[in-house]
Design a binder for this molecule. Structure first.
Ligand SMILES: Nc1ncnc2c1ncn2[C@@H]1O[C@H](COP(=O)(O)OP(=O)(O)O)[C@@H](O)[C@H]1O
Ligand SMILES: [Mg+2]
Length: 352
């Protein structure tokens, strides 16, 4: 178990910049996700940590000591890949025990450890199966067990659920989190799936073109995104163009947005124009006179538990929100919309 600190990591491939000054830290026992679209540098960062490639610049420290000069095989890290990478001719127990063959310990001790970790990932009874005799979810659990069996200082996972179907993905995701927490193993988890990152992480690094756009807890990332890119990558988001009139103090700002004057939250300072984030759940169609915004429903879709509506506001901005499925909408579509200002977030409109 280690803390891991990455500072100003850079990696270029010819003219392409894969990592452009990435800095983040994982405390002991924390799970940190690297979240971002394909090509933003997630795998490159993970491969630098694993020691499969060398960064051009920057440092990686485990418990305060640089590991850049330590070869991959000596770093004591467990790695789980998207494609499992199991040995096809070895059975489950042999795959899992493989990493122990080159370590100290008797055969009996190795067998005890393999059994222990197979229990953790719920594969007892399948010891003698070959990888091809297992489902995708089972194969990925073998890969997880194989990474954990050496009691790694760090667990590295690169899109481990990408090849599983939706139903299995949830199960394996919870298992990974349970096992990681029970063993208090520090972990880095690469994914392009925001829901996965939110559910599993202590902290998320949202990546953009080889840089970290924001590094914070899932709650902070969702509720107080540093910029529009982060907000749109971490869930459904409505953005309203806002003119900032003045700061009111205490993190409140008076803005013109959506054809109304609103007092909203933000980190500031702001000058002139900004972007107001209103997640769908912070908006509601109301009939009790408490709405600050006026608009017209231009589309509604019944989804069972909820009805999704698209509403065009007075200034022409369009927002998406949910309404109870059994609530009739007015025939002419004209509605009053309440914005829960405690759940809004004002952001700069241009970020370098
Ligand atoms: N071995 C390589 N040679 C050349 N370019 C690479 C190599 N590996 C990655 N890249 C480039 O670096 C960028 C980041 O890639 P990667 O880290 O794989 O992104 P992600 O895992 O977020 O999809 C991409 O533009 C990719 O094309
Ligand atoms: Mg990748």
């Amino acid at each position: 178990m280690s803390s891991l600190e990455i500072s100003a990591l850079c990696k270029r491939y010819g003219p392409a910049v894969a990592l452009d000054g990435v800095s983040l830290t994982a405390g002991q026992g924390e799970l940190v996700s690297l979240l971002g679209p394909s090509g933003c540098g997630k795998t490159t960062a993970l491969r630098c940590i694993a020691g499969f490639i060398d960064p051009d610049d920057g440092d990686i420290r485990a418990n305060g000591v640089s590991i850049l000069a330590t070869p991959s095989s000596k770093r004591d890290f467990g790695v789980v890949f998207q494609n499992y990478a199991l040995f096809p001719h070895l059975n489950v127990a042999e795959n899992v025990g493989y990493g122990l063959l080159f370590r100290k310990g008797s055969k009996a001790e190795r067998e005890r450890r393999v059994r222990e970790v197979l229990e953790q990932v719920q594969l007892v009874g399948l010891e003698h199966r070959l990888p091809r005799e297992l489902s995708g979810g089972q194969q990925q659990r073998v890969a997880l067990a194989r990474a954990l069996v050496i009691q790694p200082r760090l667990l590295l996972l690169d899109e481990p659920l990408a090849n599983l179907d939706a139903r299995l993905r949830d199960d394996v995701r919870w298992l990974i989190r349970d096992v990681q927490q029970a063993s208090r193993t520090t972990a880095f988890y690469v994914t392009h799936d925001q829901a996965e990152a939110m559910a599993i992480s202590d902290k998320i690094a949202v990546m953009k073109n080889g840089k970290v756009a924001q590094f914070a807890s899932p709650r902070e990332i969702y509720q107080r995104p540093a910029e529009r890119y982060v907000a749109s990558f971490t869930g459904e988001a409505n953005f309203l163009a806002a003119e900032v009139e003045r700061a009111l103090g205490g993190g409140l700002f008076r803005v013109r947005a959506g054809g109304a004057t609103l007092d909203v939250r933000g980190a500031g300072p702001f000058a002139g124009s900004a972007v107001l984030l209103a997640r769908p759940e912070s908006l509601a169609i109301v009939t009790d006179g408490t709405g600050q915004l006026e608009g017209r429903v231009v589309k509604s879709v019944f989804l069972g538990a909820v009805q999704h509506c698209e509403v065009v506001l007075r200034d022409g901005a369009s927002v998406r929100l949910g309404t109870p499925p059994d609530r009739p909408l007015p025939a002419d579509g004209t509605v009053s919309v309440r914005l829960d200002v405690d759940r809004t977030w004002l952001m700069p409109d241009a970020v370098p």
